[in-house]
Ligand binder design. Structure first.
Ligand code: SAM
Length: 202
């Protein structure tokens, strides 16, 4: 497993990592701030805008994990249609993510896992994550596969969340998953974000 931590890397000068209301993971800060020593996991870190924002807004985070393969990929969920990202683009995104983390003021709390989500999931014990934010999926199949793959990694009483509700492939897959496993807790949606509080494993 390709694990990156920043304890031995000098920090960069502190910078504010602000996000606007349309950006991913704008609302989760309130939930995270209500928790004690939360473990936060985000899939799909890209250039690190969301994880660095959450780190600065949520000082109580005990450990933040970011998963991304930073590989060439094609995103079918982009508003403008299928968008291809080259390996060079992903390499630049990784560098930006590292720099944002180093300038967040919270670098020592962060672990990046540079792997496919299907590999990285094995790094986590069942019932170990307080808030999981899924934001890596590039198509409907990715969404369908990741929901059952990651569900039991979140603690009972923790939050299972993600981005891109505006895309039919996300909405349908999440609703089907809830129906398939008879998941009853209230599904809360705001803008692109969706979340519910887990009441049991599948
Ligand atoms: C929409 S971007 C995430 C945006 C990010 N959360 C932010 O703050 O801007 C999606 C990211 O998911 C990653 N990704 C896509 N499929 C993946 C997979 N199967 N495993 C790991 N990472 C993946 C891509 O490399 C890309 O960086």
């Amino acid at each position: 497993m390709n694990i990156i931590t920043f304890e031995n890397t000098p920090p960069l000068p502190l910078e504010p990592h602000f996000k606007d209301i349309k950006a991913a993971n704008y609302l989760m800060q309130h939930l995270i701030n209500m928790m004690e020593d939360p473990i936060y996991v985000e899939t799909g870190v890209s250039a690190g805008r969301s994880i660095s924002f959450i780190l600065q807004k949520c000082p109580s985070i005990k450990r933040a994990y970011g998963v991304d393969f930073w590989s060439e990929n094609t995103d079918t969920f982009e508003r403008s249609g299928d968008t291809h990202y080259s390996q060079a683009h992903s390499d630049r995104a990784f560098l930006s993510a590292s720099n944002r983390i180093l300038s967040s003021g919270h670098k020592d709390k962060v672990t990046l896992i540079k792997e496919d989500v299907a590999v990285a999931v094995d790094h986590f014990e069942d019932n170990s994550i307080d808030l999981l934010f899924l934001d890596h999926y590039l198509n409907k199949k990715d969404v369908e596969e990741c929901l059952p793959m990651w569900y039991n990694k979140v603690k009972v009483g923790g939050y299972f969340a993600g981005h891109d509700w505006i895309y039919a492939g996300v909405k349908k897959s999440v609703l089907n998953f809830r129906e398939q496993y008879d998941i009853k807790p209230l599904l809360s949606v705001s803008g692109g974000e969706w979340v519910w509080k887990k009441d049991g494993n599948i």
